[in-house]
Design a binder for this molecule. Sequence first.
Ligand code: ADP
Ligand code: MG
Length: 250
Amino acid sequence: ISSTPIVFESRGLHKHFGALHATNDVSIQLYAGEIHGLIGPNGAGKSTLIHQLAGTLRPDQGELFLNGKNITHLKAHERVAAGLARSFQVTNIFDHYTVLENLLLAVQAATGSSLRFWRARDSETELLDKAKQLAMECAIDRHLWSAQARHLPHGEQRKLEFALSLAASPSVMLLDEPMAGMGPDESLRLTELIESMRGKAAMLLVEHDMQAVFRLADRISVLVAGKIIASGTPDEIRHNQDVKNAYLGD
Ligand code: ADP
Ligand code: MG
């Protein structure tokens, strides 16, 4: 894995909320295509970190690099355009549009600037094909493709959110607790979906469901009280004494 390029990196991120040091010198590296788990107790600063990576919260200090480019000063939507997608907990779904219409809009937005080089009819067919392909890849029930998004079962909505954030072919995806509020069956299906997308983008996966994280992650980082206390393979993390003491128990 050491020869795999780093696609996304934070260096020394700090965020204070008054007296609280919510992220304390967080440096994290994502390799191309890896699934990187981020775990830690409630209030450790995981969501605060995700917000800083996505650009919805300004760090007090620190820098971010995406594909070698310094993106520290890019706004959230500019980071999306640069290949950094965020899924779940921020929903991009238009409730009154159908599944395919939602996907079509996302695909269109992603390819916007090249549209004018195509003839209208060809581009429509091509975009629709891409939308259908995403729906298929994300295993959205085919008989729901023409249903309005607001009528989808919860699990199918999650798949649609995932498909929407894939539309721009991001190199990095940030996933903050995708399994939250799901039953065991839905969780398992989403785990399988994320597994099937392995390699398409590097994913930073924040998740409380330890079974899912340890099954999916190539590497895991552990955040406790704003600090990364360990990074390594699932096996290394499972047997790390600091991690056991601070978080996983035993
Ligand atoms: P996690 O996602 O790991 O559960 P959070 O990042 O949500 O943790 O929160 C980390 C700490 O920062 C918590 O103590 C939380 O109360 C605090 N916090 C988060 N956001 C804010 C905010 N906007 N203002 C003040 N404190 C915040
Ligand atoms: Mg959180």
